[in-house]
Design a protein around this ligand. Structure first.
Ligand SMILES: [Zn+2]
Length: 242
């Protein structure tokens, strides 16, 4: 039986097709750029998938347009009770007034405490939290990179952390340098590791061709799960009976 993943182009739109043991077709449009994926029962061939996509095409286009018009993140006010994420877990923000030097700590595995002067504005709170995220990511990255260097046999010349709007990571194969999006510190460690490995594999292959996928399968067999986890919140999805 035909299982696995392939890409088809429908009206110039690339669509990832996943065949698995399911009864319904499941169509989803994902951030950050409106990536379209459809999960279908194994017996459905590409031509039937193509027709299904065409029947939902105006819906797909509308989701992509809606997303492009959307602000990237909900506005945060950095006040007590707000949800913030660290390594895939949700924490409640707690502003604890202090006259001393400001610092961030996790308390009772539940609270992300910003110890800071009460009169501070949103920018100062934001800077304190961002600096803490960056420091935490710098702390955990060296071990992760070293572990995957050993597993892959690849060498990372250097790595850095950046704020990026549209990418999780990037790399410079010539200098064996990788850049990671600071936002990854908010995601489960698996997702951070997946991006590290993905960028390392670009040292071998610049594009996401079959070779690239083979290297990913060899070095990190569960990479698809981690990728899906990283993009786990679809913008919109629809199920329908086949
Ligand atoms: Zn890539």
């Amino acid at each position: 039986m035909n299982t696995g993943e392939n890409t088809i182009i429908v009206n110039e739109l690339p669509v990832t097709v996943i065949r698995k043991k399911i009864k319904n077709l499941h169509l989803a449009v994902y951030p950050p750029d409106g990536w379209v994926r459809i999960a279908v029962p194994e017996i459905i061939d590409d031509e039937a998938v193509r027709l299904a996509i065409i029947s939902k095409f105006s819906w797909i286009k509308r989701q992509i347009r809606l997303f492009q018009d959307q602000p990237r993140q909900s506005v945060r006010e950095l006040v007590t009770g707000e949800s913030h994420y660290y390594l895939g877990r949700r924490y409640l923000l707690d502003i604890t007034p202090t006259e001393k030097r400001p610092f961030v700590e996790i308390k009772n595995k539940k609270k992300l405490v910003l110890n800071i002067n009460e009169d501070t504005g949103i920018e100062e709170r934001e800077k304190l939290l961002t600096d803490w995220y960056r420091k935490e990511m710098k702390r955990i990255l060296p071990d992760i990179v070293r572990r995957w260097e050993i597993k892959s046999g690849l060498q990372v010349g250097s790595f850095g952390i950046k704020r990026m709007k549209t990418k999780w990571g990037s790399c410079n194969p010539a200098h064996k340098r990788i850049w990671l999006n600071l936002e990854l510190i908010k995601k489960p460690t698996n997702c951070l590791e997946y991006i590290v490995v993905h960028e390392m594999v670009h040292f071998l292959e610049r594009t996401h061709n079959d070779n690239f996928v083979d290297h990913m399968d060899r070095i990190m067999p569960q990479w698809r799960t981690f990728r899906d986890e990283l993009n786990s919140l679809p913008l919109a999805h629809e199920n329908w009976q086949y």
